[in-house]
Structures are given as structure tokens and as C-alpha cells.
Design a protein around this ligand. Structure first.
Ligand code: SF4
Length: 117
């Protein structure tokens, strides 16, 4: 059975110091997730999904994310965990790997700069 991103969050340890948590609700930011209400099946690939279908599904999922009020929090969560599958915060798994690689390179450059100073 496919899980939507907000469902995965319920079983995943989310470091509270990294992910903003709304104190006025019964749960963290995912309580406001647009994908909580509908869009089932858009966010994770079924097995043996053809490439054209995957690209179309991912684009539809990104359009849902674009109107989600917690997109930034969701995206950062998926990067910090990291979440290996699905569309989170408007990014596919491949796009998140690119972002993480850029962050690692940036961190290396910062350390080099600091050690040279
Ligand atoms: S940004 Fe996308 S994946 Fe994340 S909670 Fe919102 S709709 Fe769901």
C-alpha cells in the first residue's frame, strides 16, 4: 500500500530541533499538508512504473506541493531524514540527491575556507 508523505511522518522520528512544530495543533507541521486530504497515489511510484507515467505523476505531485502551506518544512524534513523515495516538498528523490550533494560540497568549501583563515 502506498503511503503519502504525511503518513510516513507519523512513523518517522522527526528531530524537533530541526523541523518546526506548530504548538497549537495536535501534531507537527504535517497536519496542514495538502496531501493529507487527497491526491492519493501521486507521491510514490507504483512498482514497474513506466518513465513517461512517472514523469507525469511527479509533475502532478509537484503541482499539489506548490499549493501546500508547509512545502518548505516538508522539503527540509525530506532532506534531513533523508527520505529516499517519493515527491516531498516539491522535489523528487533525484532532485533531493542533487540538493544534498550541493550542500555537502558547500560544507566542504566552508570548512576549507575556515581552516585556511
Ligand atoms: S509539500 Fe507536498 S508532499 Fe509535502 S506535505 Fe505538502 S503536499 Fe505533501
Amino acid at each position: 500500500m502506498l503511503q503519502l508523505p504525511y503518513q510516513s511522518l507519523q512513523v518517522t522520528a522527526v528531530p524537533s530541533q530541526r523541523v518546526p512544530v506548530r504548538e497549537d495543533q495536535d501534531g507537527p507541521w504535517h497536519a496542514e499538508a495538502v496531501c493529507r486530504r487527497d491526491e492519493a497515489g501521486l507521491f510514490f511510484a507504483p512498482s514497474k512504473e513506466p518513465t513517461a507515467a512517472r514523469l507525469s505523476r511527479e509533475e502532478a505531485a509537484k503541482q499539489v506541493c506548490a499549493r501546500c502551506p508547509v512545502m518548505v518544512e516538508c522539503q527540509e524534513h525530506a532532506l534531513l531524514q533523508p527520505e529516499p523515495y517519493g515527491v516531498w516538498g516539491g522535489l523528487t528523490a533525484a532532485e533531493r540527491r542533487v540538493v544534498l550533494a550541493r550542500r555537502r560540497r558547500r560544507d566542504v568549501e566552508v570548512k576549507k575556507t575556515q581552516s585556511a583563515a
